[in-house]
Design a protein around this ligand. Structure first.
Ligand SMILES: C[S@@+](CC[C@H](N)C(=O)[O-])C[C@H]1O[C@@H](n2cnc3c(N)ncnc32)[C@H](O)[C@@H]1O
Length: 303
């Protein structure tokens, strides 16, 4: 599923993801009369993009082709222009699960940063939920608000340009979940408690350093949060495939051979063996993406 209101055909104004090859994607805003330069040549928007089905192949002017894809939150995370460090799909998945996000959820988030997590939240809570996201860097707040509009998810989100540690989230007692990705999350815990709904409600805080986690956990406990736990999620990608290998040529089996009789000639020894064997192989990862951060989860007390 893509950004919430995109159809199956590319329309003027859509932001699409152009897939150039493994680990190489670029976001493109489709506009009548515009053209986009890729390493395979030019793509003309009016004739080659508008009206085409998402997922189709488009041949560029130098003859190479690219694939034009729906802007899913997963692809947006890979393609988005970075203004900050961002959260990636591995952490995002467990955040969405542990915060129990679902269509209709009300979520508070700070800081918004480059909007990587925000887009995943928006897809999950659509069509009736709402995201209140707080970012104190004015240019970042403006840029992400512009992107939400371009991606036609702005009706699901309110961007507030303020300091969450001083001014909070701008809502009281309504949030099902609060997410923090700021350098001093412990300073925002009391505001998270105010924003969360009265009964239950989950909090998650992402921090790269364990000292930040320790301070946050201390304040969470002081504020009577329950079920406080910290996890680190590491991704291991296994390469599972079936390969065909040529059989080694050991020559004729000596045990099955008898000495040729006086009138017999020795059989010719095959020099080339065309037989092959099919094998299933699994290669564990040689390299792993390393530490991103710790995720601390807690639940607001029900009393
Ligand atoms: C690491 S980025 C967040 C990245 C985001 N989670 C994403 O996936 O794109 C942290 C952001 O928090 C903002 N920030 C830091 N302290 C803040 C505060 N007290 N109030 C509001 N925003 C804050 C920073 O300006 C920065 O944009």
């Amino acid at each position: 599923m893509s950004f919430v209101q995109y159809s199956d055909l590319i329309q003027d104004g859509d932001v699409i993801i152009v897939y150039l090859g493994h680990n190489s994607v670029m976001p493109v805003k489709v506009q009548h009369g515009a053209q986009t330069q890729t390493r395979y040549g030019v793509i003309r928007h009016s004739t080659q993009l508008i009206g085409q089905s998402y997922g189709s192949k488009v041949t560029c002017s130098k003859g190479g082709w690219v694939q034009v894809l729906h802007p899913t939150p997963e692809l947006w995370t890979v393609a988005l222009p970075h203004r900050t460090q961002i959260l990636y799909t591995t952490d995002i998945s467990i955040i969405a699960m542990m915060l129990e996000l679902k269509p209709g959820s009300i979520v508070c988030e700070s800081g918004t940063g480059s909007g990587s997590l925000s887009h995943a939240i928006l897809r999950t809570i659509a069509p009736s939920g709402h995201l209140h996201t707080v970012e104190f860097h004015e240019q970042r707040a403006l840029k992400v608000a512009e992107e939400f509009k371009e991606h036609r998810v702005d009706h699901l989100v309110t961007v507030r340009n303020q300091d969450v540690c001083k001014d909070g989230f701008g809502v009281t007692g309504v949030a099902d979940a609060v997410f923090l990705d700021i350098p001093s999350p412990w300073e925002a815990v009391k505001h998270a408690k105010v924003a969360l709904k009265k009964h239950g409600g989950h909090l998650c805080s992402f921090s790269p350093c364990i000292e930040q986690v320790q301070r946050t956990c201390e304040v969470l406990a002081d504020q009577a949060f329950e079920e406080i736990s910290t996890v680190e999620v590491l991704l291991r990608i296994h390469d599972v495939r079936t390969v065909s290998l040529p059989l080694p040529d050991f020559g004729p089996d000596p045990s099955s051979q008898t000495e040729p009789g006086p009138e017999e000639e020795a059989p010719p020894t095959p020099s080339v063996n065309h037989a092959s064997i099919t094998m299933k192989t699994t290669t564990p990862p040689r390299e792993m993406p390393g530490h991103t951060g710790y995720l601390t989860f807690a639940t607001k007390p029900r009393t």
